[in-house]
Ligand binder design. Structure first.
Ligand SMILES: Nc1nc2c(c(=O)[nH]1)N[C@H]1C(S)=C(S)[C@@H](COP(=O)(O)O)O[C@H]1N2
Ligand SMILES: [Mo]
Length: 198
């Protein structure tokens, strides 16, 4: 599974790959608030806005015309399951940023998904080399329940930061809590430091 990937997430090289308080699952759970949105690719777009030099909106065809990469990474949900050995395919955040150019004042992002769902994270974590916008896992297109057509994957943080059905990234100077963060989840969410709640 680690063959033919451009990026190997650093955490997969740890001797112990399961963070404290987590257990391993082989089956991929489905977890989200609300219902699974039905997404129309004809009208779909992914937008980058806020504190950026070049606001950008890509339609599905434009996104798929970007260079694709594969990232090998683990996934950790705050409800304590961890799923190892995922090869995600999509567009690296790092490959999109030259087209967007976050302004120096931008220090955080608020990730916007379908149905108004949001999650926040520090810009530095969003810019991690293993963060990507993914349309497939282990060679299979994402099922609607797992975020089809596109989800963000930020392997270094708890999986609630990996927004399914992602539609936009807002660049901010000040941190702004998203959906779960307003309900007490951590503003950063590092699984190795057990940043579950605040
Ligand atoms: N849009 C959206 N994305 C979301 C969520 C959500 O409620 N809405 N839940 C998050 C949580 S808590 C987790 S653990 C992962 C689960 O992804 P999966 O259902 O593909 O396993 O999605 C994250 N992304
Ligand atoms: Mo989660």
């Amino acid at each position: 599974m680690r063959e033919n990937v451009e990026i190997v997430s650093e955490d997969t090289l740890r001797k112990v790959r399961i963070p404290p308080g987590q257990f391993e699952t082989k089956k991929w759970p489905i977890l989200h608030a609300g219902s699974t949105p039905r997404v129309n690719l004809e009208t779909w777009s992914l937008s980058f806005f806020g504190l950026v030099e070049t606001p950008l909106s890509l339609n599905w065809t434009e996104l798929r015309a970007m260079p694709a990469s594969r990232v090998f990474a683990d996934m950790h949900c705050v409800t304590r399951w961890s799923m190892l050995d995922n090869t995600w395919e999509g567009v690296l955040v790092g490959d999109l940023m030259p087209r967007v150019r976050p302004r120096p004042e931008a220090k955080f992002v608020l990730v916007h998904a379908e149905q108004g769902w949001t999650t926040n994270l520090p810009l530095a974590d969003f810019l991690a080399d293993d963060a990507l916008f993914a349309w497939s896992r282990n060679g299979e297109e994402l099922a609607p329940d797992h975020g089809r057509p596109l989800r963000l994957v930020v392997p270094k943080l708890y999986a609630w930061k990996s927004a399914k059905w992602v539609r936009g990234i807002e660049f901010l100077a000040d941190d702004q809590p998203g959906f779960w963060e307003q309900n007490g989840y951590h503003m950063r969410g590092d699984p190795w430091a057990e940043q579950r709640f605040w």
